[in-house]
Design a protein around this ligand. Sequence first.
Ligand code: PYC
Length: 332
Amino acid sequence: MRRGTFSCIDGHTCGNPVRLITSGHPNLLGSTMSEKRQHFMADFDWIRQALMFEPRGHDMMSGAFIYPPTTEDGDASVLFVETSGCLPMCGHGLIGTITFALQAGLLQPKVEGELKIDTPAGRVNAQYLRSGEHVEWVKLFNVPAFLAYEQVVIDVPDLGQLTVDISYGGNYYIIVEPQQNFPGIDKWSASDILTFSPKVRNAVNQKLKCVHPEDPTVQGASHVLWTGRPKQSDSHAANAVFYGEKGLDRSPCGTGTSARMAQLHAKGKLLAHEPFIHESFIGSQFIGCIEGITEVAGRVAIQPSIRGWSKVTGTSNISVDDSDPYAFGFQV
Ligand code: PYC
């Protein structure tokens, strides 16, 4: 039977939606969040489709379930659901999840101000600041990020040739910097980004295979990160991140910021411990930082952090009943 009622806390992180699902959790098999993610995708993807797509969600919708920790010292685990699938890691989603859960009393940290979260991509530690009933900000210490491929030349239908880098920050990002056939996001509209991103993603995934060297279940260049001149004078860089079929991140994208810092570091353009204020397409900001240098399967990787804020917009009880022809959503 594919039906149920799901209680949710809805809100946003720096403009991008976060739906924290607080009831209706399926029982997931596996001893790690990566294994539980596989089980969810195999047997429960209908829940993601129902809660993320129209008419109950929309193109940008992004959500999460909190589970008990899968490690001895962990405080909690998080499973991410989104229009594009079950992400191994989602930065804006985790900042929102932590904020909403702390404010609603759904997380009890062992040490006030600190959390250890198990995600499908690995351990993400967090710090946060409470002010009364509110959480002012959350800083994530994300999984190691690394530049996977450099200077990949692709032919993009209706646009021409582009040279791109591919970097991992919890998901694989195709990074497009201004060049002959791309003037920068400041000169492009949202509709340009939505038109060309799927073509860029197809061209890259036809040419090469991205597989995480330590977890082969994490694969495929799923997101496109376009860059350009920031709008705000204190931003160091700006981006527009495309995901799913029509998603344009309203936040500066946590995993995208991590991937971008890894790319800039590998090219000698960003040093460890320098603040990196990253701006989204709507002008909202995350503060990123390279906290240290590590390695992933023999390659140099960075230990990224991202700080941002979230706000609750409401609560909902969403019913899904398979007698509704649109129970599992649609995209137009
Ligand atoms: O913040 O990591 C992120 C993210 C991924 C997709 C949309 N936002």
